[in-house]
Design a protein. Structure first.
Length: 308
């Protein structure tokens, strides 16, 4: 993957080393876990993003664990420090007894241009399915960031058809539209499908406002750290039975975090079990919440947008 996206030979070697060290740590300390790899684009910089998750004992002292020579497993203790040195961007989240999550981004450029928005997503299909019936989309228009999240009714290819077609409507929407307008366009555009629940958010950093509209059971919140504001959706199904859409707004300032989930994540998900998580990279936030609250019996998707 590093070769395909154009990373230098050195950066390709860095990626291989990071994955090797991360896998070694999982086997040594947690027994099992997962590593996901994707390409990313932040601030015009493209690279490889590596997310490492486990449900092991966690790290009691993160400061000590980052020092070379520190080890609780009888090794040289160079793993986390090595990963950090070979990554363009590094982030780590761990709570003792609740597992560890690590993010390493690797790019040719050492720094990215300043970006006002940071986006993270984690999506998985229902266990036994090859196709996820959820879908999401992001677009940037006139300095604003738009995001949408959908859950097609049911599972599999027909659910995916409904949700993906709605994403297409979202991506082609008029820049002058509001989130409620996009929902109405999507309602007309996917009437030949089985329908979907859908939420649309528009982030305006200049006006410091988040505009939101949703139909169905997409759960959305915006938080600044201590308190979370729930964003209310209207009952109904886009493409089938959509009532009057009631838009809402919330403050959007530096450090604000927007989180939206489909019902594949337990409705009891919250941030109280994860102190300090909202300070992490958006991709790490999404991956940790998905790890701890996603259900195998349904498609499960979470999108996180952070104001930088």
């Amino acid at each position: 993957m590093a070769h395909v996206i154009g990373l230098s030979e050195k950066r390709q070697a860095d990626a291989a080393l990071v994955v090797t060290e991360a896998a070694t740590n999982i086997l040594k300390y947690a027994g099992h876990g997962e590593i996901t790899v994707r390409n990313y684009d932040e601030g015009g910089t493209q690279g490889l993003e590596i997310i490492v998750l486990d449900r092991g004992p966690g790290i009691a002292n993160l400061t000590s664990a980052m020092k070379d020579g520190f080890s609780t497993g009888g090794s040289l203790g160079a793993g986390l420090g090595t990963i950090q040195r070979h990554a363009t961007h590094f982030d780590l989240y761990s709570v003792a007894g609740k597992g560890t999550a690590l993010l390493a981004q690797i790019a040719n450029a050492s720094t990215a241009l300043a970006d006002r928005f940071q986006v993270g997503v984690k999506a998985t299909p229902k266990s036994g399915q090859d196709v996820c019936g959820d879908a999401w989309g992001v677009r940037r228009v006139n300095g604003k960031l738009w995001a949408t999240l959908l859950d097609g009714l049911g599972h599999g290819p027909m659910a995916a058809e409904a949700s993906n077609r709605a994403v297409g409507v979202f991506l082609q929407a008029d820049p002058a539209d509001q989130p409620a307008d996009v929902l109405r366009r999507a309602h007309q555009g996917i009437k030949s499908t089985r329908g979907a629940v859908m939420a649309v958010a528009m982030f305006d950093a200049d006006q410091r406002v988040l505009s939101f509209a949703g139909v169905g059971n997409i759960v959305g919140i915006v938080t600044g750290g201590d308190e979370a504001q729930h964003l209310i959706s209207t009952d109904g199904t886009v493409g089938y039975n959509m009532r009057t859409v009631r838009p809402s707004e919330a403050p959007w300032t530096k450090g604000s975090v927007f989180i939206a989930t489909t019902d594949g994540l337990s409705t009891r998900w919250n941030l109280t079990r994860h102190p300090g998580l909202v300070q992490c990279h958006s991709s790490l936030i999404a991956s940790v919440l998905h790890r701890d609250f996603a259900r195998d019996a349904d498609d499960a998707t979470i999108i996180v947008v952070k104001a930088c």
